[in-house]
Design a binder for this molecule. Sequence first.
Ligand code: ADP
Ligand code: MG
Length: 347
Amino acid sequence: MKRIVSSVLLISLIVSCLCSCANQKERYTETYLEYFDTASTIVGFEFDAEVFDKNCDFIEAQLEEYNKLYDIYKSYQDVNNIRTINKNAGKEPVKVDKKIIDLLDYCIELYKTTKGKTNVALGSVLSIWHDYRNMYSEDAEGAKLPPMEDLKAAAQHTDINNIIIDRENSTVFLSDENMSLDVGAVAKGYATEQIAKALEEKGITNYTLNIGGNIRTIGPKGDGTPWITAVSMSDIAGNGENPVKVELAGQAFVTSGTYQRFYTVDGVDYHHIIDPETLMPKFDFISISVCCADSGLADALSTATFNMTLEEGKTFINSLEGVEAMWITADGEIHYSDKFSEIIYEK
Ligand code: ADP
Ligand code: MG
């Protein structure tokens, strides 16, 4: 009798194990290198590889489209993009896709939220820094800083009110011929958010989009537990251990850092986030990570807080509902906003 009971138990254990295995979603990943000048990695949990592939095709098509529309450096056949708007500054309004109008509307709203610290109309100043970075990134010996008088002259042409949007005719006009748009601080995060929302509308869940460090999670992992993400550059001790990990289930997590785009002049690294007041990079931080529901907002805030002091940034982030941030200062200290501890993963 005892034997029969234990055999029955064993069989039911095997059956329930098989059932739960069949019910379990598998983890799949895909990476693209063609968009937004960075790597895009998609992780998703599905029962079926074909469903994952189909969803990736959808995501890739969207990435391709947003990348073309928001590009400031390249033109594409039959597409009016941000570069087309810049080329027509002071000349004529440019007919554009609604996705460009929506992005610029959002950027103008963010300019207000960030008190001007993230300004997409700063293109004339940013392009000077971009050119110097490109010119001297391989030439630490001869590297020079852009002359302050050039930066100041360019800064005369950064008024965000000169972006004239005509929603009815779907056109954008830059009314100052010397101004230009640079959407680098927001476009990646904004596009990521739009793609994530489109996936959510299709009922898709258990995915993470990581578009060059702009992380947007869609639901938790396949087993219902949160995604665990190591904060890039929190390994400041350089010992391969990442002391800060966060748990995400549906939110965005975006990091801006000084370590990817910079050039060196007289032994000093000049990075790519420029304070609109001083027209120079600030040297207070190595990285700032922002967590909130919306990846476009997180992207803009991680750039904006770079242009604030630690105290200003903390007060600013703590004043925003549902937004948390983590700062790594130049001397390696880690600071958190008031409720950041709620998303820290502790083993
Ligand atoms: P990344 O895109 O490298 O992850 P960010 O989101 O912080 O980093 O964006 C940095 C980019 O934003 C710069 O390369 C530049 O194009 C643009 N940028 C730099 N400073 C500002 C600023 N004060 N306001 C708006 N855009 C900026
Ligand atoms: Mg940003």
